[in-house]
Design a protein around this ligand. Sequence first.
Ligand code: NAP
Length: 377
Amino acid sequence: MTEKIPVGILGATGMVGQKYISLLENHPWFSVNYVAASPESAGKKYSDAVSGRWHMQKDIPNGVEKLVVGNANDFNSAIDKCAFVFSALELKDKKQLMTLEEEYARAGFPVVSNASAHRWTEDVPMIIPEINPEHTDIIRDQQKNHGFNKGFIVVKPNCSIQSYLTPVYALINQGYDVSRLFITTMQAASGAGHPGVSSLDLIDNVIPYIGGEEEKTEKEPLKILGQIENGRFVNYNKLEISAHCNRVPVYDGHTACVSLELRSKIGITPPYTSQIIEKPYIDLDYFIKIWNNFRSVPQELELPSAPKRPIIYKTENDRPQPRKDRDLENGMAVCVGRLRRDPVFDIKFVGLSHNTVRGAAGGGILNAELLKAKGYI
Ligand code: NAP
């Protein structure tokens, strides 16, 4: 590819928007050409709009600091400046955000969104490219249903989902019939955006409530594992999930402790591939092998942001840890550890992923790369 595709970032001044700007510096396919945020930031030079609240370790990339921030509520400002937009907006009114993303799509922009507003729209795909890349097939139906011409909306799931769903999917993909998950998440402060939870509330503390998060954890995997029937998604109905979600004083990195039950009980030969039938039913070493060997479409397509190893198992007893493991594969890998038998369920393990990279901007960029590789962008 000779010329880079100009992209816009809606919500460019926020925690996720800043991560997009940081990760897209030197991206081989995309270059940031338009930034937009609330009316309070609109009209300011980007570096002035984020003055005192730039949270990234690297400086603002040269090409971006001088861009003038547009008003994200006005899609007309993006016209002729970018070929598609990443949406990292946080609006109090979810209906307003749904309408706004639809306006961008109607104006011809593919919208790759991090927001939750459209996650349950029945013809909007919610994609983790290693799990359900074929869900992009619904885009043509969506365009027809909504009268979009070139535009469309694709979303990514909640920021903690991949920490446990990718390893669970790797097992399902090998024929293991996972029936129940019991999940306790420990979610980083950056997951609440900026300023997020006040430091006096969070330091030396654990908050056992994140509004709406348990519902997302319990339901979003069912759409991701579901399938398209007659132009809409039908949820996967073979999995039950119970979740506890906690905010913890970690800067970046969402951890999930997972207990997992398999439908077929020990001793009954499950319908596995011939390769797996030779293995004992629960063989922890074999599960670890499945995780370490797991590869999918982004790796086959060699997408620029795809981790070479999407799941990395750490054998040390005290891993994964956010500080040590969140940046594996540039923050795009899921780190798994502590696989052991569970006396109530069948097995248990701990998963971890970087919430603002894999769980937000990096995941959004990987979605856009998949869409580009499939010819939608
Ligand atoms: P954030 O730090 O609060 O940033 C919010 C962004 O939205 C800012 O750019 C803000 O602009 C803009 N905005 C706020 N009100 C607006 C309005 N009325 N009109 C137009 N723009 C407005 O939030 P965040 O953590 O980056 O999250 C962004 C989105 O990603 C949310 O939908 C969130 O649920 C989702 N998400 C976050 C994470 C994470 O780990 N943080 C992970 C996955 C998904 P100003 O700066 O001008 O106010």
